[in-house]
Design a protein around this ligand. Structure first.
Ligand code: SF4
Ligand code: SF4
Length: 144
């Protein structure tokens, strides 16, 4: 979701040489263009968490909570990301990319590190659910 503004190739010499932002040039994985975060309603009930369990069971899906709330984190490479971390649609890139800057970004601290809660697997989220809800294991009976 990065704007890649800082990665835009800038011809500084008129001789074909380019200068690339130092921080982004070190970020060889172009981290911010390889995932999306989707805000979700704050899960409260057993049903809510049961639904998250289903979601986190899928490949490349994580669930996290930080100061802004709860999110799905999806590892998925943007189809516009080109070799060298260049955005293939730089002039038409979406707002979310334009607004992102690299002052303090995922290169400095991963979303996992910055999160209060991070669940990458069904097992970890289920463990949390058992602590949070006394009758977690009886939830299916209670739904009926
Ligand atoms: S559109 Fe461009 S800046 Fe936005 S995520 Fe894709 S490659 Fe990155
Ligand atoms: S994660 Fe940060 S350093 Fe890496 S490409 Fe995105 S803005 Fe640049």
């Amino acid at each position: 979701m990065n704007a890649k503004e800082s990665i835009e190739l800038v011809d500084v010499s008129n001789a074909g040489k380019v200068e690339i932002d130092k921080k982004c040039s070190k970020c060889t994985q172009s981290i911010c263009c390889n995932s999306i975060n989707q805000k979700i309603p704050t899960p409260k009930s057993k049903e809510d968490f049961d639904h998250l369990l289903w979601q986190v069971s899928h490949e490349n899906i994580n669930v996290f909570k930080d100061a802004d709330g709860w999110f799905l984190h999806i590892f998925t490479r943007c189809s516009h990301l080109q070799d060298g971390g260049v955005c293939g649609i730089y002039d038409e890139r979406p707002w979310v990319c334009r607004e992102y800057d690299n002052d303090f970004c995922e290169y400095d601290e991963s979303i996992k590190e910055a999160s209060e809660l991070w669940f990458a697997t069904h097992k970890k989220l289920e463990k949390y659910c058992r602590k949070r809800f006394k009758k977690w294991d009886r939830r299916f009976e209670l739904y009926e």
